[in-house]
Design a protein around this ligand. Structure first.
Ligand code: SF4
Ligand code: SF4
Ligand code: FES
Length: 344
């Protein structure tokens, strides 16, 4: 059995006694096939009993062991130490708590904010069957209906995407990727009756339309769930249900209209079309500061060469949408603008 000495650099922090986080180094002999979680267990059992971390299933199912390993949020129980060793180098493996959540102790973070957001956004199936008849009547879900939510149902709420999300890094009130994914999953469950109410909550401030389209959540999902597909579908659903009054929806629509008509953005009027006259007044100081730094978007924007080709693509997108609308049963029709725009 292959075996070698490996160094671990683990972040420690007890907010009740420590002024700031610090690192402890441990060096242990590791055999090939050992996971980060088993290495942590070894360190706790033999070297530092106060080292604190979460784990349960040890099989990538419960989602409790997510930490940052060499700067990337992953499950400790499915990450092989051997895969992190680079050549003959002796670089320590860095283990830190997830980002965007408060540390309770060492590698344990407080997941209450995720739970509160799930609750606020009604992340459960509200069945059409009256409560007194639950268990006596069944609501069958066909294979095809389940297929729509199959991947999203794999979420184990590990928090890795929450930790990696760019928007969470700048706004802790942001709804977050796992909550958006759950909203998609519940809104596409044929047994659920909360669709519109849930979507109203999800599209409120700090919600769906604030996603910056960076795709980091999807890139780092520990269960390889296509989270962005869910986010796009929720935006499409918002358009299909006529929820176009929010700033985010207006921004996406204005973005799409500009691209369709001239192939580029009319930046000067974008805030006006997104925020309205009163809302745009608040942006005047920013516009002045940008102007002083030489950032002056052109007042008149000409269409790009070959604009006809862009218009043809947009036309095809809209035709697709109409086709989907005609064939839609449970699914809501696509809206091309739902994939445009980012954070305001
Ligand atoms: S794509 Fe949106 S939800 Fe995903 S990490 Fe980026 S900002 Fe967060
Ligand atoms: S979406 Fe993926 S990364 Fe995010 S909480 Fe669920 S399983 Fe974890
Ligand atoms: S211990 Fe359950 S997912 Fe790692």
């Amino acid at each position: 059995m292959e075996r070698r000495e490996v160094s671990f650099r683990i972040q420690r922090y007890n907010p009740q006694v420590d002024r700031a986080p610090f690192y402890d180094n441990f060096r242990i002999a590791v055999e090939k096939g050992i996971t980060i979680l088993r290495a942590l267990n070894y360190i706790k059992e033999h070297l530092e009993p106060r080292l604190t971390f979460r784990s349960f299933c040890q099989a990538g199912i419960c989602g409790s062991c997510a930490v940052r390993i060499n700067g990337v949020s992953r499950l400790a129980c499915t990450t092989q130490v051997w895969d992190l060793l680079t050549g003959g180098g002796d670089e320590p493996i860095r283990i830190e708590p997830l980002e965007n959540l408060e540390v309770i102790r060492d590698l344990v973070v407080d997941i209450d904010p995720i739970m509160e957001k799930l609750k606020r956004n009604q992340s459960w199936v509200e069945p059409a069957i009256p409560e007194e008849e639950l268990g006596r009547r069944e609501h069958r879900v066909s294979d095809g209906e389940f297929e729509t939510i199959n991947a999203a149902s794999d979420c184990i709420l590990c928090g890795a995407c929450y930790s990696e999300c760019s928007m969470m890094g700048v706004n802790r009130d942001y709804i977050s990727p796992p909550v958006l994914l759950k909203a998609f999953r519940m809104n596409n469950d044929t047994r659920d009756t909360l669709g519109c109410r849930r979507l109203r909550e999800v599209t409120a401030d700090n919600g769906l339309w604030d996603c910056a389209h960076c795709y980091k959540c999807m890139e780092h999902c520990t269960k390889k769930i296509p989270i962005m597909d869910g986010i796009h579908r929720l935006r499409e659903e918002a358009f299909a249900r006529g929820m176009t009054h929010t700033e985010g929806a207006r921004h996406a629509q204005a973005f799409f209209d500009d691209i369709r008509h001239i192939g580029r953005l009319r930046e000067v009027t974008l805030p006006l079309r997104t925020k309205g006259v009163l809302g745009s007044l608040g942006m005047v100081p920013l516009a002045v500061r940008m102007g002083l730094k030489g950032r002056r978007p052109p007042l008149l924007v000409k269409p790009i060469p070959d604009i006809e080709r862009v218009q043809e693509i947009c036309g095809r997108l809209e035709a697709n949408r109409e086709g989907e609308a005609a064939g839609a049963q449970h699914h809501l029709p696509l809206h091309p603008a739902s994939r445009s725009g980012g954070v305001l």
